[in-house]
Design a protein around this ligand. Structure first.
Ligand code: CDP
Length: 224
């Protein structure tokens, strides 16, 4: 049986950073499920499919090949063999991803793919429904929290580092909008899994995150 660490939380709560620290420390496969939903969304946009046309979106999602590969310590997303890691993080994808991710049939395709990845790997997987739906029996479940303002500030800085100038207010609005859709949708809404450890990441810089999370994982692994 694989060892599974599930990490959930809202946009910008530090899931990506923390998952990569854990994967590095334990040598686990790191799976960013948000990148999968983002890749489907990019394909929908590229095919000029109306965001209200569920049937067409589902039809397209069934045909897509989505792969995640670790290249020099960071996760790259491939859509039908093309590296789309940068393109899936544009404001355009941000604005539509929660609509695509709310479609039950799209989620079913993604969840099947996610479960298959754990068949032969120990895994740290981050997303919105990992501890609740994808792996309800995960060995360790973390739920990350931080204020919307702090999360927007982090995302604003990440964008600048990538040369993307999106005003802070716009980033904050986009995050709040996604949080609302993600936590109120009918299928697999963002929730704190019942047996999750809640981690408050307010005020954490990346170096704090590494230290704090290593300690927490050591403690939790000791219990397992
Ligand atoms: O990195 P950030 O927190 O901004 O978002 P992400 O993890 O890349 O996820 C992008 C979007 O995909 C989320 O806002 C959700 O709508 C959707 N998602 C989901 O529904 N279920 C997951 N397991 C992961 C992401």
């Amino acid at each position: 049986m694989s060892f599974i660490i599930a990490i959930d939380g809202p946009a910008g709560s530090g899931k990506g950073t923390i998952a990569s620290f854990i994967a590095e420390k334990l040598g686990f496969l790191n799976v960013d499920t948000g990148a999968m939903y983002r890749s489907v969304t990019l394909a929908v946009l590229r095919n000029n499919i109306d965001m209200n046309d569920k049937e067409k979106i589902i039809e397209l999602a069934k045909t897509l090949q989505i792969d995640l590969k670790n290249i020099d310590g960071s996760i790259h997303a491939f859509l039908n063999g093309e590296d789309v890691s940068n393109e899936i993080r544009t404001p355009k994808v941000n604005a539509s991803v929660s609509i695509v991710a709310a479609i039950k049939e799209v989620r079913e395709i993604m969840v099947e793919h996610q479960r298959a990845l754990a068949k032969d790997h120990d895994i740290v997987m981050e997303g919105r429904d990992i501890g609740t739906v994808v792996f309800p029996n995960a060995n360790i479940k973390l739920y990350l929290e931080a204020s919307a303002e702090e999360r927007a500030q982090r995302r604003y800085k990440q964008n600048l580092e990538k040369g993307l100038e999106v005003p802070y207010e716009e980033v904050l609005e986009s995050i709040k909008n996604r949080d609302k859709i993600d936590s109120t949708r009918a299928d697999s809404p963002l929730r704190v899994p019942e047996d999750a450890v809640i981690v408050d990441t307010n005020g954490w810089l990346p170096e704090d995150a590494r230290k704090n999370i290593y300690k927490l994982i050591d403690d939790l692994m000791g219990e397992n």
